[in-house]
Unconditional design. Structure first.
Ligand code: PMT
Length: 420
């Protein structure tokens, strides 16, 4: 019988440390054994008791512990495993590893180990983008350390960008691949942003323009017509395109979510302002219309606040807004190579999207069923997940329900493939 493989998991001190518990569960469920070492800072986020209960083993933390050294010295601890995994790997831990510092148990065993090392970084996006971290990661890779993640998305600090710990399932996939001696990891589709953050940047040199969020169509200076779009889907696409190396211009209606990192954001209110901002942002290689643009505006918005007392109920005569997507797709000169729209439908999602594809002259439509049951009326709007169909002239791909960032990552991967 083959001996059970052992993982030594070093847990760094970051908000993502709680995900180490999930990772331990997954590792054990896959038939591997796991033993954990915590840094002092990790103890601020998870307790040795909770880690010990998911590893089913003692948790180590002290370098100069007589009992631990008597049981298993730190050199032995570093060599007893088949693979050493650092998750989450903070910027501080990466810096120490890259420079060979050994001032606690975690860093000492990382310096003493003769086993392969996998790190899963997690930190604030600006820390991840900092030249010092970039240098440290490159040095670690040159030393033979494998890096999985981080991915793009919204962060605990309220910002949005690349810096989130890779999903525990993706870390486990990397662990299994390394144990099987696979050197070139095929990252799962959802991990596109992490692949591009670390390695190939398939949209490098491209300009991508994305619209996102709702538009507000004024009735008078204080009232407006709007919709339920939160901007989550469009912003996630902008972040994924930036992580894939593109120069991204995000034209956003009024939203309450943070700007994605590394993206030029143009803020607008109405459909007509959005159209003007898009025109100014062109030319581009790829245009993605994820905004929920109001089809109509109030024909003549009042200059002063409409008063209840000042006469009969005011009629709301509507005028049609310009169709931004159709305008970009129909350009006779300077048309982007790819024009991709969204279709928010509540019934017959795919047939409506196919009709929209032809009517608006786009290359692809991402159709989502916004009538799908959600916590609030309006399904997909404002929610974390989306169920979409990618409709092109060649056919229809129905994607499983996934997080909006995963939809974005997958769409960006498809765009990169379409551009060739
Ligand atoms: O923002 P979230 O809360 O994350 O929700 C995401 C979303 C549901 C808003 C998004 O996934 C989505 O479906 N966006 C498009 C919504 C929409 O307006 O669909 P539509 O079927 O009405 O429009 C079709 C396409 O034409 C869209 O690409 C839209 O941006 C574009 N359009 C529509 C009208 C108009 N005047 N100009 C346009 O460019």
């Amino acid at each position: 019988m083959m001996a059970q493989k052992r993982i030594l998991l070093v847990v760094g001190g970051g908000i993502a440390a709680y995900k180490a518990l999930d990772l331990c569960r997954l590792i054990r469920r896959s038939g591997l054994a796991v033993r954990a070492v915590m840094t002092k800072a990790a103890g601020e986020f998870v307790t040795p008791l909770s880690l010990g209960s998911v590893t089913g083993d003692k948790v180590y933390g002290e370098l100069f512990s007589l009992t631990d050294e008597a049981e298993m010295g730190h050199i032995e601890l570093s060599r007893d495993a088949d693979l050493v995994v650092v998750a989450p790997a903070t910027a501080n831990l990466l810096a120490k590893m890259a420079n060979g510092l050994a001032d606690d148990l975690a860093t000492t065993l990382l310096l003493a180990t003769d086993k392969k090392v996998l790190v899963a970084p997690a930190m604030n996006l600006r820390m991840w983008a900092h030249p010092a971290t970039r240098r440290n990661v490159e040095r670690l890779k040159a030393d033979g350390v494998t890096v999985v993640g981080p991915t793009a998305g919204s962060m605990a600090c309220g910002e949005f960008g690349v810096g989130r710990l890779a999903e525990p399932a993706d870390i486990l996939a990397a662990i299994e691949a390394m144990l099987q001696g696979v050197t070139a990891l095929r990252l799962p589709e959802g991990a596109w942003a992490e692949a591009s953050a670390n390695g190939p940047r398939p949209l490098a040199g491209r300009h991508v323009v994305v619209t996102s969020g709702p538009t507000h169509e004024p009735i008078d200076p204080v009232r407006y017509i709007a919709n339920r779009s939160s901007g989550k889907q469009g912003h996630a696409i902008a972040a994924a395109a930036a992580a894939a190396g593109a120069r991204v211009t995000l034209v956003s209606g009024p939203v309450a979510i943070p700007d994605p990192f590394g993206v030029a954001v143009v803020r607008v209110e109405s459909a007509r302002e959005m159209q003007a901002a898009v025109e100014r942002a062109l030319p581009c290689d790829v245009f993605i219309g994820a905004a929920a643009v109001a089809d109509w505006r109030v024909a003549e918005a009042a200059e002063g606040k409409l008063k209840k007392e000042s006469g009969p109920r005011p009629p709301l005569a509507l005028a049609e807004n310009p169709d931004i997507l159709a305008g970009v797709a129909g350009r006779s000169s300077g048309r982007p190579r790819l024009v991709i729209g969204f279709a928010a439908e509540t019934s017959d999602v795919v047939p409506h999207a196919q009709a929209k594809l032809l009517r608006k002259g786009c290359d692809a439509i991402v159709a989502n069923d916004v009538g799908l049951a959600g916590e609030t009326p309006g399904g997909v709007f404002g929610q974390a997940a989306n169920t979409v169909h990618l409709v092109t002239r060649e056919g229809v791909e129905s994607w499983p329900t996934m997080g909006k960032q995963q939809v974005a990552d997958r769409l960006v991967a498809r765009i990169a493939a379409m551009l060739g």
